[in-house]
Design a protein around this ligand. Structure first.
Ligand SMILES: Cc1cc2nc3c(=O)[nH]c(=O)nc-3n(C[C@H](O)[C@H](O)[C@H](O)COP(=O)(O)OP(=O)(O)OC[C@H]3O[C@@H](n4cnc5c(N)ncnc54)[C@H](O)[C@@H]3O)c2cc1C
Length: 437
């Protein structure tokens, strides 16, 4: 319609100006114009369709990438959240490819698979369990160590602090596992390693702001998390609160400086016993330990997800204080490297009144009065020897069958536990029980 009207006026204009020679030329001219306009219309339609097509494709690709990311995150979550998931079963030999001094009595061990097969991914925050052949005449010593670097394809890294005898008890032998690593493991040593596991890890489906709190050697899983977030170039806001005695006991100092220069990461460094050379404001931010008062100074609110790992006294005071500050239990994730007795949620409500505990190997019943934190401690106090490893519900070494009665776990087990089984290091009886020991 538009085209016909246009050509009518154009032709009329030409006749008025006396330019018309004959009707054939008029026909030819208007035909050409018509053709040109129709070609332009077609071209316009094609270009518009092209743009629409490109926009639709962009939308499709964005939706597909979003879907893939969610699927990947869901898979990652499902894989890691299931303590029974193992990238390999039993142990796998790993060769130590490097040993690095990180601080006083603190070393990193870089591990590569001795079988040359690929290195499975893990979730930042998870740990490795080692079957250490400290004495060829005895069963391996089982110990857990957190992965201290982000997931990489070329190596796993663990960082170990040498554990001495407890303060004032120098007659006791030093820690067996950590001494074995420090004194007998070198580049080229081979270690038997179980698959990465653990339920203390960053939720891969969440990109909200996060607070990472680590003290002493408890910094290792938090460093893996921080490195992982920074490596992904995520804009996720991170508050990293780290506490050490002083600069000499502070592992990964140069890495901490790099992390502090990231726009989305706020580092707050506490030294409880700074050396004369450590300067407040230059080398560290706060003199003292990380406590709730410091958290309230550093954080704008309690509205974050918290990941906490550190010595037992810190865990036992900080975790309840965070709950009191209004952090929901679902936003509070913590890991103890040993038998810290943090009592929140399920563990706070365990009613372990007097009852009888029988160990089948002994055939004898003992009276549980509730004064021991776990069945393992109780058994040891009665002179009953049970297998154990980490004493924190992670390595699975203290797993026994519950023949009769009911038990409760004070925290979620970090390794697989069947229906009629329990991890004695974190279990308490719920009435009379018989344990297959
Ligand atoms: C999930 C998880 C992750 C971990 N990650 C790390 C990590 O990244 N880095 C790290 O360094 N550690 C980590 N740990 C801790 C680690 O597993 C060991 O617990 C730690 O190395 C100490 O073990 P050990 O064998 O050296 O000491 P043990 O031999 O278990 O001794 C522990 C203490 O008991 C004392 N002791 C010895 N005999 C007696 C006795 N008869 N009576 C009383 N006390 C005695 C020892 O002197 C020592 O102080 C982690 C633990 C867990 C559960």
């Amino acid at each position: 319609m538009l085209v016909s009207v246009l050509s009518y006026f154009l032709t009329a204009d030409l006749i008025e100006q006396g330019c018309i020679v004959d009707w054939q030329s008029v026909g030819m001219t208007s035909g050409t114009i018509l053709l040109g306009i129709s070609a332009l219309q077609t071209l316009g339609a094609v270009v518009a369709r092209g743009f629409r097509g490109r926009a639709a494709r962009r939308r499709y690709l964005a939706r597909r990438s979003d879907f893939n990311q969610r699927l990947q995150a869901g898979l990652q979550w499902a894989r890691a959240a299931k303590p029974t998931f193992k990238a390999w079963s039993g142990t796998r030999p790993f060769r130590v490819s490097a040993v690095v001094d990180e601080a006083t009595d603190c070393k990193s061990f870089y591990l590569t698979p001795a079988d040359g097969r690929p290195l499975p991914r893990f979730e930042p925050g998870q740990y490795l369990t080692f079957d250490l052949q400290t004495d060829p005449r005895r069963r391996p010593l089982v110990r857990c160590y957190s992965l201290s670097e982000r997931p990489r394809e070329d190596f796993y890294r663990i960082t170990i602090k040498r554990t001495g005898a407890p303060l004032g008890k120098s007659d006791l032998p030093p820690g067996q596992g950590s001494s074995f690593f420090h004194d007998q493991i070198h580049v080229g040593s081979t270690l038997e390693v179980q698959s990465p596991q653990g339920i203390f890890f960053l939720d891969p489906t969440d990109d909200g702001p996060v607070v990472l709190i680590g003290a002493g050697i408890g910094i290792t899983p938090l460093l893996s998390m921080a490195n992982s977030i920074v490596h992904q170039q995520s804009r996720r806001k991170v508050f990293l609160l780290a506490g050490f005695g002083n600069s000499r006991e502070h592992p990964f100092r140069s890495r901490f400086l790099e992390l502090a220069s990231c726009d989305n990461l706020h580092l707050d460094l506490s030294y409880s016993r700074p050396t004369p050379a450590d300067t407040l404001g230059r080398d560290f931010d706060h003199r003292g330990r990380i406590d709730i008062a410091r958290l309230r100074q550093v954080l704008p609110s309690s509205n974050f997800r918290f990941y906490v790992c550190g010595p037992a006294p810190m865990m036992e005071s900080l975790v309840p204080a965070l709950l009191e500050w209004g952090v929901p239990e679902s936003h509070l994730h913590y890991e103890a490297f040993g038998p810290a007795s943090v009592k929140v949620g399920r563990s706070a409500n365990l009613d372990a009144g007097p009852c009888h505990v029988k160990f089948t190997q002994e055939g004898e019943s003992y009276t549980w009065t509730g004064e021991h934190p776990s069945l393992l401690d109780f058994a040891e106090s009665q002179g009953v020897a049970l297998d154990c490893g980490c004493r924190a519900g992670n390595c699975g070494q203290c797993l026994v069958t519950v023949r009769e009665g009911k038990i409760a776990h004070a925290k979620e087990p970090g390794s697989p536990v069947g229906d009629h089984e329990c991890l004695t290091c974190i279990a308490v009886p719920q009435g009379d029980v018989v344990l297959d020991s």
